[in-house]
Design a protein around this ligand. Structure first.
Ligand code: ADP
Length: 452
């Protein structure tokens, strides 16, 4: 087992890794930017090294400084968390060649899945259903129009190097495709420094449902049941739950089996997530695979009583998979992402937390790096806390979450707490009747109500 892990991240996920490492008896090193001097991960790790100014490109994305910190503190492994360098194959490669274990899959796997167009091709070879679309990156507008005509509108343009919902544009007609193509290309170029696009059939009224995969270095692979992530705003997840109200036992078994087979086909050797779109007829299509721990992993941990981060660390250290096949979910898990943002305009709201009471009690878990008096730096994402509820049934989990949120107080910054409470009180949500367009309809409905 490792003796010291450096965490190349910040915020709640850095804390999550510190916790897992400590429980395994492993020392931790925090790297921090100048704006994170007083952040909890910096305070709570065994060792800390400043790696540069606030701007992420100068600190949390600064590979030489992070590796320098690992060498200085004699860390034998690096956990990348999510975001920043978590899906950067070059970083994983450099770690390996410096004799430091990268806690994640093989660099070649990260590279393959990082190109969503290549990942689609590979998954098709692994017999996973993928949506109709371009086999490769589309070269130009004429190429895109030809493919769209063949498979029929609506279509969606996506950045091959995409992530975080950026560089994605839908087109319902040829004219719209003409309009959107250049815009999507520019967006992809500025966000990912790579203008490559691919095109896919757009699936209306579908759900985003993802499967957790865990593989070790000995060919053992296990997939766990789904996380439902259709409550999204601008393709960003807001609430996640497990199980999905839409997925029955038969569909779950089918999705688990297909994902396990595909992961085995590519010899997947770490934690990962396969994301699918599921249509009204329970047909599922591979969308992309994320080769890291996901923000929403706690809902899976709650319903399966497993520790995914500890498992990820053990596997990276060369241990065999300890999570058994065929486990069943127990109860219902819900996660609300509490962001420092204006609940109506959604613009970020950094600042100082003057007063804060976070919820607790049986079945409530809070993953957060926030504390009273902490000044949230403006340089990073706006996630303040993940509140997770576990109860025997979905209605009870909703009620538990409502109670938890009602007993949460955050003063000094604006948060989306009111938005979460409004979604939880919505009848369509309560009855599990929703898809990825839920938030658009919900906002429309609420705007109409406030105008009345
Ligand atoms: P990213 O990696 O940028 O998050 P994804 O490929 O995971 O992008 O897609 C994000 C979201 O966009 C999905 O959860 C879904 O809501 C929507 N989406 C993506 N592809 C399609 C599609 N072909 N049809 C309908 N919705 C889609």
């Amino acid at each position: 087992m490792f003796s010291k892990i450096l965490i190349a991240n910040r915020g709640e996920i850095a804390l999550r890794v510190i916790r897992a490492a400590r429980e395994l008896g492993i020392k931790t090193v925090a790297v921090y930017s100048e704006s994170d001097r007083n952040s909890l991960h910096t305070i709570l790790a065994d060792d800390k090294v400043c790696i540069g100014p606030g701007r992420a490109s100068d600190s949390y994305l600064n590979i030489p400084n992070i590796l320098g910190a690992a060498e200085l503190t004699k860390a034998d492994a690096i956990h990348p968390g999510y975001g920043f360098l978590a899906e950067n194959p070059r970083f994983a490669e450099i770690c390996e060649s410096s004799g430091i274990v990268f806690i994640g899959p093989q660099p070649a796997m990260i590279k393959l899945m990082g190109n969503k167009s290549l990942a689609r091709q590979e998954m098709r070879r692994a017999h996973l259903p993928v949506l109709p679309g371009s086999d490769e990156v589309v070269q130009d507008l004429a190429d895109a129009k030809k493919i769209a005509k063949k498979m029929g509108y609506p279509v969606i343009l996506k950045a091959a190097a995409g992530g975080g919902g950026k560089g994605m544009r839908t087109a319902r007609t040829r004219a719209q495709l003409e309009e959107q193509f250049g815009l999507a290309q520019n967006e992809a170029k500025s966000a990912f420094n790579d203008p490559s696009l691919y095109i896919e059939k757009y699936l209306p009224n579908s759900r985003h449902i993802e499967i957790q995969i865990i593989g070790d270095k000995y060919g053992n692979v296990v997939a766990l049941g789904e996380r439902e992530c259709s409550i999204q705003r601008k393709h960003q997840k807001v609430i996640e739950e497990a199980p999905s109200p839409f997925v029955d036992d038969r569909l779950r078994k089918k999705m688990i089996k297909a994902t396990e087979d595909a992961a085995r086909h590519i010899d997947y050797q770490s934690l990962g997530t396969f994301e699918f779109l599921v249509d009204e007829n329970e047909r599922f299509y591979f969308m992309e695979a994320n080769t890291r721990i996901q923000v929403e992993h706690p809902v899976t941990e709650m319903v399966y009583s497993v520790d995914l981060v500890q498992e990820q660390v053990r596997i990276a250290a060369g241990e065999k998979l300890s999570i058994r096949e065929g486990m069943e979910m127990r109860g219902h898990g819900l996660e609300c992402r509490i962001n420092a943002e204006d609940p109506t305009t959604f613009s970020p709201s950094p600042g100082t937390i003057d007063f804060m009471v976070l919820p607790g009690g049986q079945g409530i878990r809070v993953d957060s790096a926030a504390y009273q008096g902490w000044q949230i730096p403006p340089d990073y994402d706006s996630l303040v806390a993940k509140i997770i509820a576990l109860a025997p049934t979905r209605p009870e989990a909703i009620r538990k979450m409502q109670t938890a949120l009602e007993m949460t107080t955050i003063v000094g910054i604006k948060t989306n707490l009111p938005l979460h409470l409004a979604i939880l009180a919505d009848t369509d949500f309560a009855e599990g009747r929703y898809d990825t367009q839920f938030m658009e309809r919900f906002q429309q409905k609420n705007n109409n109500n406030s105008q009345k």
